[in-house]
Design a protein around this ligand. Structure first.
Ligand SMILES: [Zn+2]
Length: 129
């Protein structure tokens, strides 16, 4: 089981919401690493205090896809395409399993860290469209 809670995630991503829901009596959340589903099909990639928001895109084609997190080859209907904003006009495109729980379990902490580094430190990927 994960040792971080939904509460910690909420507190990091939406501190005001967390305050409303849980009150203000807790210590600051521990550093968090993970990929979380947030509103509107978006996902948030969190590593410590850094956060990248992943925006879902319309999938195109029906070829098999390679997941950028767990590195499994999946069929198209098992993955989503996400766009992470990494600068004013810079985007990083990611293919991720829709069932993120299993995906993250396959990837492990190291896989998540690598993805987080890639997304949160990306500066040189141009906008493809
Ligand atoms: Zn995956």
């Amino acid at each position: 089981m994960a040792d971080y809670s939904e509460r910690d995630v909420l507190r990091e991503l939406f501190p005001e919401t967390a305050r409303e829901l849980f009150g203000d009596g807790h210590q600051a959340a521990a550093p968090t690493l993970g990929l979380y589903e947030v509103a509107d099909g978006r996902r948030a990639l969190v590593n410590g205090g850094r956060l990248a928001e992943l925006e879902p895109l319309e999938p195109k084609g029906n070829k098999a896809a390679h997941c950028d997190l767990c590195h499994s080859t999946r069929s198209r209907n098992e993955v989503g395409i996400y766009r992470a904003r990494s600068g004013e006009r810079l985007y990083l495109y990611l293919t991720l399993c829709l069932v993120t729980e299993h995906c993250q379990r396959r990837a492990g902490k190291q896989g998540l860290e690598q993805l987080a580094e890639r997304v949160l430190s990306a500066h040189s990927v141009s906008d493809e469209g």
